[in-house]
Design a protein around this ligand. Structure first.
Ligand code: IVH
Length: 674
C-alpha cells in the first residue's frame, strides 16, 4: 500500500509543481484556483495519512512550522558583488570605452541589458536538483540563511527537473536573483496593515526586506513575494554567455524577466535605458534602473572586478520618479511646535506604486521662489521614502487669473496670532492652547519613538482633544477614570479600550530618556534626550542646571540649551511635569551597568542602505550602548558603518583611513557588547 501511495503522491506533487510553474512563473494557469486548492488539499490529506513519505521539497512543505530564532551565516561560493552606478549617457559611454580598452583590440563586445528590480538579492543553492539553501547578500562574502522563508515563494522552484535539458548537471549549482513585491501586492499589504493600525511600509523594497527576515515563515507565506532570477553558476558546465545562462534558467523552470535584451552596441544600450526611463511606470513592479552586463563570460573574466564591483557590469540609475498634476488647494498645517507647514492638495496621480494626493511645499520662501499657486499644473517628484515634493510649475498652463500665494496672517486652526522668529523662515502660531498644537504634542508623546502607546493614534487623539477629554499629554494618565465614557465613544467596544488603557499603564515603564524626548521640547530629539539623561541623570538636576551648564555638555548647542531652559521655566510646563511625576513616569535614569556602555566615547557615521535594519535602528543601537552618531566623517569618527550603495562618506572614510565596518561586523560588534 505504501508503494502505491508513494508513486501516487509523487505524481500528485509533480502535477501541483506543474500548475505552480504555470501560474507563478509563466503566468499561464491551466486550472482555476479552486481546482488547484483541491489538488493541494488532496496532497496534504495523503501526506497526513503517510507522514513517513513527506519530503522537504514537497509543495505542501513551502511553509514550515518552526520559528527561525536566528538566521545562520552562509559563505557565498562566489562573492555577491554590487554594481557601480552611472546616471547619464556620458557615464555609460565611458563604461563602454573602458570595457573595450581593457579587451584585446578589435574585440566585439555585446551587452545584456536587464531591468534593475528594486528588491533584495538572494542566492539559491540547489543540490541534486533540490533547493538546498537560500541566503541574503549580506556583506557580499557571507549572507544570512533564509531558506525557510524563501521556500514560501511560489515562483522559486523547490525541485528542478532536467527533463527539458537532459545534459544539465544538477548535482550542485547556484542561482541568484531579486526577491521583490509587486506594486499591487504591496499596496494591498499596506491597506491591511492600515486597517490593523500597524506601521506602513514605505515602499515595496522595504517591505520585501522586512518580510524575508521575519522569524515566522507562515507570515512570510502570506506576503506577496516574487522573484526574478538573473545569474546561474554551474561550475561543472560553464556556459559561454550570460544571455545563454538566462535562457538556461528559463528552461530549468526559473522565472526570468522577459524584458532582458541583447545589445550589439552601447547606442542600443542607451536606447533601452531611455525607453525604460519613460515606460517604467507601466511596469507592475518597481525598478530603479537598468543593469548592463558584458555578455561573453570569457570577456567578463578578463575584465575582472575592482573592489566590490565587477568591471564587466554597471547600473544605470534613473532620476527620481516624476509626474505631472494640478494643485487643487494649498493648506497650512499646524504642527506640535506651532510651526505652519504649507501642503499642496493635488489632483490624485498614480506615481511609482502609490496614489499621491499631497505634497509638502516646505515653507513660504520655497513657495515664493518657485511661485507655486493654487490651480497650477506642476511637476512632482517622489524619491525613496520621502514625502513627494513639487519640483516646478508649468507656467505655460497657468490660468491668467491665478493669484500669488501668500502666507496666512492668522492661525488657520485657532485664528490666533502668528509670529516669525527673525533667524527663521518658519511661521509659528503663538497660541500654546491651539488645538492643532495640543493634538500634535500628544501624538508625539504617544508615538513609537517616544512613549510608544499602542492604540493611541492620530484619529483617537483628534477625537479625544475635540471632546476635551484630553487637554494635554498629562491627561493621558487620567483616562482610566473615564473608561465608561471611552467605551461609549468607541464603536469597537470594551476590548480595544482596555487594551489602550493597558498600553498607557505599560508606558510608565519607559526610561527617562524616552520621557524627556516625549515632552516635545523644541530641538530636543531622541539623541539629545539620551545625551542629556546620561549627563544629568534626573529631571531635578536638569532643572537646576543653568543654560551654560547645559551648553557644556558635548553635542548640546546653544539652541537646545536655551529651548530647555525656556520649556522648564514655563509654569504650565512645571505643572505638567508634576502631574507626570505623580502618575509614576520615570524622571530619573535607572542604574546602568557600565558594561552596557561599551561604545562610550565612540563616534559612528552610518552610510548606505542597511539590509537587516534601518539606519535609525542602527543609530539607536549605537546610542543605547553609549556611542555617538554623527552625520559627517571627520578625524573624530571612530567607525563608518557602510551599507549598500554608500555615498561620498564612504570615500571620505577611506581617504581619512577611518575604520570601515559592514553591517555584519556592526551586528557582531553590538551583539558581543550587549
Ligand atoms: S546583477 C555583479 N542584475 O542590484 C552583478 N542585479 O547594485 C550584480 N539587482 O545587489 C547583480 N536587478 O540586488 C543584477 N537584473 C539584475 C538586477 C540586480 C536588481 C540588484 C541586486 C544587486 C544590486 C546591485
Amino acid at each position: 500500500m505504501s508503494k502505491y501511495h508513494s508513486a501516487n503522491i509523487e505524481m500528485l506533487r509533480n502535477e501541483i509543481r506543474r500548475h505552480e510553474y504555470n501560474y507563478y512563473v509563466i503566468n499561464q494557469p491551466e486550472i482555476s484556483d479552486f481546482e488547484f486548492d483541491q489538488l493541494m488539499n488532496e496532497l496534504i490529506r495523503l501526506e497526513a495519512e503517510n507522514p513517513h513519505l513527506i519530503t522537504s521539497e514537497s509543495p505542501s512543505q513551502r511553509v514550515g512550522s518552526d520559528l527561525t530564532k536566528e538566521f545562520k551565516s552562509i559563505n557565498h561560493s562566489v562573492p555577491m558583488l554590487s554594481l557601480s552606478n552611472t546616471y547619464n549617457e556620458e557615464e555609460l559611454i565611458d563604461f563602454d570605452r573602458k570595457v573595450r580598452d581593457s579587451l584585446p583590440e578589435g574585440t566585439v563586445v555585446q551587452y545584456v541589458v536587464e531591468l534593475k528590480i528594486d528588491g533584495i538579492s538572494v542566492s539559491l543553492r540547489y543540490v541534486n536538483g533540490i533547493l538546498f539553501s537560500a541566503a541574503t547578500r549580506g556583506d557580499g562574502i557571507a549572507g544570512e540563511e533564509i531558506t525557510t522563508n524563501v521556500k514560501t515563494i511560489k515562483s522559486v522552484p523547490l525541485v528542478i527537473n532536467n527533463s527539458a535539458i537532459s545534459k544539465f548537471d544538477l548535482s550542485d549549482f547556484e542561482v541568484r536573483g531579486e526577491i521583490f513585491m509587486d506594486i499591487k501586492g504591496f499596496a494591498k499589504l499596506n491597506e491591511e496593515r492600515a486597517a490593523k493600525n500597524e506601521k506602513l511600509f514605505a515602499n515595496p523594497r522595504n517591505s520585501t526586506a522586512g518580510t524575508v527576515k521575519l522569524q515566522d515563515s507562515k507570515l512570510v507565506a502570506q506576503r506577496p513575494l516574487d522573484i526574478f532570477t538573473y545569474y546561474l553558476n554551474n561550475k561543472k558546465e560553464p556556459a559561454g554567455t550570460h544571455f545563454e545562462n538566462l535562457e538556461l534558467l528559463r528552461a530549468l523552470g526559473f522565472k526570468v524577466n522577459d524584458k532582458s535584451r541583447l545589445c550589439n552596441s552601447i547606442s542600443e544600450v542607451l536606447d533601452y535605458c531611455n525607453d525604460w526611463g519613460i515606460k517604467r511606470n507601466e511596469l507592475p513592479y518597481e525598478i530603479d534602473g537598468i543593469v548592463i552586463k558584458v555578455n561573453s563570460l570569457s570577456q567578463q573574466n578578463i575584465l575582472g572586478t575592482i573592489a566590490k564591483s565587477p568591471r564587466w557590469a554597471v547600473a544605470y540609475k534613473f532620476q527620481a520618479k516624476q509626474g505631472v498634476t494640478r494643485i487643487n488647494n494649498i493648506v497650512w498645517q499646524v504642527g506640535r511646535t506651532g510651526a505652519l507647514t504649507p501642503v499642496a492638495e493635488l489632483e490624485p496621480v498614480f506615481l511609482a506604486g502609490s496614489t499621491i494626493s499631497r505634497a509638502t511645499l516646505h515653507n513660504i520662501e520655497e513657495i515664493e521662489r518657485k511661485d507655486i499657486r493654487i490651480g497650477d499644473s506642476v511637476i512632482i517628484e517622489k524619491g525613496g521614502d520621502v514625502i513627494p515634493k513639487v519640483v516646478s510649475v508649468n507656467l505655460e498652463e497657468r490660468a491668467p487669473d491665478s493669484i500669488k500665494t501668500k502666507a496666512p496672517i492668522k492661525c488657520p486652526v485657532c485664528t490666533g496670532e502668528l509670529y516669525s522668529p527673525e533667524e527663521e523662515v518658519a511661521i509659528y502660531c503663538e497660541n500654546f492652547e491651539c488645538p492643532a498644537q495640543i493634538k500634535g504634542r500628544i501624538q508625539h508623546f504617544a508615538s513609537r519613538a517616544a512613549m510608544d502607546i499602542e492604540g493611541l493614534g492620530q484619529a483617537i487623539i483628534d477625537r479625544l482633544v475635540d471632546l476635551n477629554y484630553l487637554k494635554s499629554y498629562a491627561d493621558i494618565y487620567s483616562l482610566h477614570n473615564m473608561r465608561k465614557e471611552l467605551i461609549d465613544l468607541d464603536r469597537q467596544g470594551e476590548k480595544s479600550i482596555d487594551n489602550l488603557l493597558e498600553a498607557i499603564e505599560k508606558s510608565k515603564e519607559k526610561p527617562f530618556s524616552k520621557v524627556l524626548f516625549a515632552l516635545g521640547i523644541r530641538l530636543v530629539g531622541s539623541g539629545a534626550a539620551q545625551v542629556l539623561v546620561r549627563h544629568f541623570k534626573s529631571i531635578k538636576n536638569l532643572s537646576n542646571a543653568s543654560e551654560e551648564e547645559i551648553l557644556e555638555v558635548h553635542e548640546i548647542g546653544p539652541g537646545i540649551s536655551k529651548s530647555i531652559k525656556r520649556f522648564l521655566g514655563e509654569p504650565g510646563n512645571q505643572e505638567l511635569l508634576k502631574r507626570l511625576i505623580d502618575s509614576g513616569l520615570n524622571f530619573e535614569e535607572e542604574f546602568t551597568n557600565p558594561e552596557e556602555q561599551l561604545l562610550l566615547g565612540k563616534t559612528f557615521v552610518i552610510t548606505g542602505t542597511l539590509s537587516s535594519m534601518s539606519r535609525d535602528d542602527a543609530k539607536q543601537k549605537v546610542l543605547d550602548l553609549g556611542g555617538k552618531v554623527s552625520s559627517t566623517v571627520s578625524n573624530k569618527t571612530d567607525f563608518v558603518l557602510v551599507g549598500e550603495n554608500p555615498g561620498s562618506k564612504y570615500e571620505k572614510a577611506k581617504k581619512l583611513e577611518i575604520e570601515i565596518i559592514n553591517e555584519e561586523q556592526f551586528i557582531s560588534l553590538i551583539e558581543t557588547k550587549i
